[in-house]
Ligand binder design. Structure first.
Ligand SMILES: NC(=O)c1ccc[n+]([C@@H]2O[C@H](COP(=O)([O-])OP(=O)(O)OC[C@H]3O[C@@H](n4cnc5c(N)ncnc54)[C@H](OP(=O)(O)O)[C@@H]3O)[C@@H](O)[C@H]2O)c1
Length: 321
């Protein structure tokens, strides 16, 4: 059945990197009634305000891409805020969506839900099989609660109320709208800033911490947005065939990973930096590999379109705006 392009779709976090990508993709797909509220307009940790918003707007679908996110430093410094804000945002949005008759909701989690020592690539069934990485445990616990909340609402209200709430777990994302803060950004935006500054100041070398050998996976945000809409729009029978009621989340990865050294050279190329890259091996490496098993999503018929090289060029154009 064709999708009704007049449905009212609420994207929570529509100004964020992923939320704005989802809005772009929905509008490109022809959806005419996509709504959002900024953090200043609606604090999603406030239950009464979230309830009033749903009462007023009565959306048909919800993409939940609002969250308090940050790197290791922020997670270590503000663990209370990471667990409280994220639990409150998702509890309020998921529950008020249910109370106001929303049948379809997509919750965005993160690859940090998986145990620190999960076998690589990390598949959906690694969830809750071991201890989490301590630095982002509060954030990860909130994300795991979000998955379990969607599943619990499906189990209790799926038949009686037609509730169909799904979850996707993205790998590391990058692209337009990323956070380029000098101390508090993820690896790609941090490298883009450093290579750009080195280019502008004609610095002879850029020093990268560690050996450059750890491997990481990266997905361009527009691919993530496309995957989110793909999962949301899968017909229920197909979705149910590929998931289980208590293990329903779907990984969204690129499918392959690169070493930090390969990434650094690719960022240098995208930025147009002519100097040298040096690896400071006296500095620590993180975990050797973090790679998601995206075969469940691939079997459902989705795979990414945007190569790392293309994505980095686009991300750098956005950084320069
Ligand atoms: N970026 C990645 O690499 C990555 C990887 C895996 C998963 N994810 C997931 O993808 C989702 C979106 O991430 P993102 O990278 O797009 O983050 P982002 O750019 O920081 O966007 C998050 C948005 O949520 C809003 N928000 C946060 N707390 C709020 C609150 N209490 N009330 C209302 N709005 C609030 C933020 O507004 P303010 O900025 O004004 O607070 C921001 O617009 C998150 O669930 C994240 O866990 C991201």
């Amino acid at each position: 059945m064709p999708n009704d392009l007049n449905q009212k779709i609420y994207v929570a976090g529509h100004r964020g990197m992923v939320g704005s990508g989802i809005v772009r993709a929905l509008e490109a797909n022809g959806y005419k009634n996509v709504i959002g509220r900024t953090h200043a307009e609606l604090d999603l940790t406030n239950q009464a305000k979230v309830a009033a918003f749903f009462e007023q707007e009565k959306p048909d679908q919800v993409y939940l891409a609002a969250a308090k996110v940050g790197g290791i430093h922020a997670n270590n410094t503000y663990p209370a805020e990471f667990i409280y804000d994220n639990l409150m945002v998702q509890n309020n949005v998921i529950h008020q969506a249910f109370v106001h008759g929303v049948k379809k909701l997509l919750f965005l989690g993160s690859s940090c839900i998986y145990p620190k020592l999960a076998p690589q690539p990390m598949s959906e069934d690694a969830l809750l099989t071991g201890k989490l990485e301590p630095t982002n445990e509060p954030y990860a616990i909130a994300k795991i609660a979000g998955i379990k909340m969607c599943e619990s609402y499906n189990r209790q209200y799926g038949v009686s109320h037609g509730v169909d709430y799904r979850s996707v777990m993205p790998t590391n994302l990058y692209g337009p709208g990323d956070n380029y803060h000098p101390e508090n950004s993820h690896v790609i935006p941090a490298l883009i800033r450093r290579f750009h500054e080195a280019k502008v100041s004609n610095a002879p070398e850029v020093v990268i911490w560690g050996t450059g050998t750890p491997k990481r996976e990266f997905l361009y945000v527009d691919d993530m947005a496309a995957a989110s809409i793909f999962v949301m729009e899968l017909d229920k029978k197909t979705y149910d065939q590929h998931t289980e009621p208590m293990q329903s989340h779907i990984n969204v990865g690129f499918g392959s990973d690169v070493t930090i050294a390969e990434l650094a050279y690719a960022v240098g190329e995208a930025v147009g930096y002519q100097g040298k890259i040096r690896f400071d091996i006296s500095k620590p490496d993180g975990s050797p590999r973090k790679w998601m098993d995206s075969s469940r999503l691939n079997r459902l018929g989705w795979s990414p379109n945007i190569s790392l090289e293309t994505g980095l060029v686009r991300a750098y154009q956005d950084f320069c705006k």
